[in-house]
Design a protein. Structure first.
Length: 188
């Protein structure tokens, strides 16, 4: 550590010694994951900004499809390059560990809670409601899973992810999410 920092007065520790604080490396990883998930369980754009955009879209005569695409495009663009999100995806391979599974569950629940508020705001702004038997939690869970899959495919360099209609600021991911939203909802 002294050599790396270029400081002879730095604590004499190695970068690997940090694991010695935890009983096992898996425990360290689980605690790290809980920390990361608490930071990551937010919307991009943030909840207040998403709600503001939905209200502005209604006022300007923008369709709900365009309004949803707008916020999901920002989310998709962010998650494709966010290093913390990539770390979180890597933890799914360790989900057999109960603490890792708990942390991933915490992340999913926290994110879903925030996403539900955003989707409900979109529903309310456009006079829509959930189609029986679906609840807004089903919508948030489904769209999150869909986008996670698209993010992973984009990271892996899979082809055919662009918008089939060729429109700017749309992608196959946002087209699919808008289609799911449409199928789960109806006019109020």
């Amino acid at each position: 550590m002294r050599e790396r920092l270029g400081d002879d007065t730095a604590p004499a520790i190695t970068t690997g010694s940090i694991y010695q604080i935890w009983p096992a490396q898996a425990d360290f990883q689980a605690d790290l994951l809980f920390h990361l998930t608490s930071r990551q369980a937010e919307l991009v754009p943030g909840l207040p900004e998403s709600i503001r955009r939905f209200k502005k879209a209604v006022d300007s005569g923008t369709t709900w499809q365009e309004a949803l695409n707008d916020v999901l495009t920002d989310n998709h663009e962010n998650h494709r390059v966010d290093p913390i999100y990539r770390v979180l995806l890597g933890f799914y391979a360790s989900a057999a560990n109960p603490r890792v599974r708990d942390a991933l569950g915490h992340y999913g629940e926290s994110f879903t809670e925030v996403a539900c508020v955003a989707y409900q705001a979109l529903l309310d702004a456009y006079g829509l409601r959930m189609r029986a038997p679906y609840k807004v939690e089903h919508l948030a869970t489904t769209i999150a899973a869909l986008l996670d899959g698209f993010h992973m495919r984009w990271i892996a360099g899979h082809p055919n992810l662009e918008d089939p209609e060729g429109e700017d600021r749309w992608s196959l991911a946002t087209r699919a999410a808008v289609t799911v939203f449409d199928q789960f909802t109806e006019p109020a």
